[in-house]
Design a protein around this ligand. Structure first.
Ligand code: GDP
Ligand code: CA
Length: 332
């Protein structure tokens, strides 16, 4: 399989969108279906906000603020300033004027009865002129990541909050006791997601946060069985390089689910498809310096290669995507 024709990528927001840009660079002709985490979604000021889908859409559509990696380019903040002048909370989540238009459209379409999958397609109509590129919310059901953190000010010593409040407002500072995917028990993957995985010849698990980006996608009803059953090769890419996330605060969350902040531990957490009962991976990529992790995973039955994994430019990313495709081809 040198040239995959149908690729599915599992992804979150900022890291996920950088990865997908590299995948597109490596495989410009392939049908590319990106299954995006929706457990970060949140309602703010009456607007439904889907941070990962929006980051992905703006990034692939050329509308992203490239420096921040999220939000709209050339954004302005008049509405936020007005809300602050009214002392209307929350003010900790930045909603730019241009970005708010997206949330207005989405919220109206929800009120009109459209599904997240339909709404995403409608929004992407403006941004993506590539017919072979689709963004698919992992589910049309509502799932929200909440975290239970330590808080000495409460009677129980703990407090639960939406993941965005923990991440954006508190900068992941409080110690996390538990990560909850509220609604995940009854959430099911859409037909579009399951069909894409079934028909793919390559599935890429992006370097997105294993706990709050990839975790909810894998926990959505039907996704794991579909990954275990697909004829596609399933290749994962580590977002942990040299024992730390390159960007973001994934190191704050992995311990809460009992996984070490280590590329090898994350690979074995996803698991080998052939040698474990629940695993999903045929191959795993770790950073060039993580050779010990590569050896450990390979010895445990998960073929792993250490290659440069920094997503400095789409070309750099494309290079390791090709390495992943080559490794997948070797694991017959
Ligand atoms: P979010 O939803 O916006 O938080 O973004 P994602 O979950 O999609 O991606 C965040 C993850 O991407 C972080 O946890 C990092 O570990 C990973 N990441 C960021 N930059 C790089 C990079 O250059 N290379 C690799 N391999 N991973 C990266
Ligand atoms: Ca996210």
């Amino acid at each position: 399989m040198t040239n995959p024709n149908r690729i599915v990528v599992l992804a979150g927001g900022v890291g996920g969108s950088r990865f997908v840009r590299g995948v597109r660079r490596a495989c410009p002709e392939a049908q590319l279906d990106v299954v995006v985490n929706t457990a970060d979604d949140i309602t703010l000021h009456g607007l439904r906000v889907c941070p990962d889908l929006d980051t992905m859409m703006y990034a692939l559509g050329g509308g992203i603020d490239d420096e921040k990696g999220w939000g709209r380019a050339a954004e302005t903040w008049s509405i936020m300033d007005e809300l602050k002048a009214y002392a209307v909370e929350p003010t900790w989540f930045a909603l730019g004027d241009r970005d708010i238009a997206t949330h207005l459209v989405r919220t109206q379409l929800i009120a009109a009865g459209a599904t997240p999958t339909e709404i995403t397609a409608a929004l992407c109509h403006r941004w993506l002129d590539d017919e072979r590129l689709r963004l698919l919310p992992m589910t049309d059901d509502r799932v929200e990541t909440h975290v239970v953190v330590e808080d000495p000010q409460t009677a129980s010593g703990r407090r639960a909050m939406h993941f965005q409040e923990f991440w954006v407002r508190h900068h992941a500072a409080p110690k996390v006791r538990q990560v909850l995917q509220v609604g995940i028990e009854t959430a099911t993957a859409t037909a579009e997601v399951l069909t894409a995985i079934e028909r793919a010849d390559l599935v890429l698990v992006g370097p997105s946060n294993p706990v709050v980006s990839i975790g909810p996608v894998l926990a959505t009803g039907g996704v794991r069985p579909a990954l275990r059953a697909t004829g596609a090769k399933v290749v994962g890419v580590s977002g942990i390089l040299g024992g730390a996330p390159v960007l973001g605060m994934a190191d704050k969350l992995l311990p809460a689910i009992g996984v070490a902040v280590d590329a090898g531990a994350v690979g074995l957490h996803y698991g080998a498809r052939t040698s474990t009962a629940e695993g999903i991976l045929d191959a795993w990529l770790v950073h060039e310096t993580d050779t010990a992790a590569a050896e450990r995973c390979t010895a445990a039955g998960l073929p792993t290669r250490a290659v440069p994994l920094l997503m400095t430019t789409p070309d750099h990313t494309a290079e390791f995507v090709r390495a992943g495709v080559a490794l997948a081809a070797e694991t017959a």
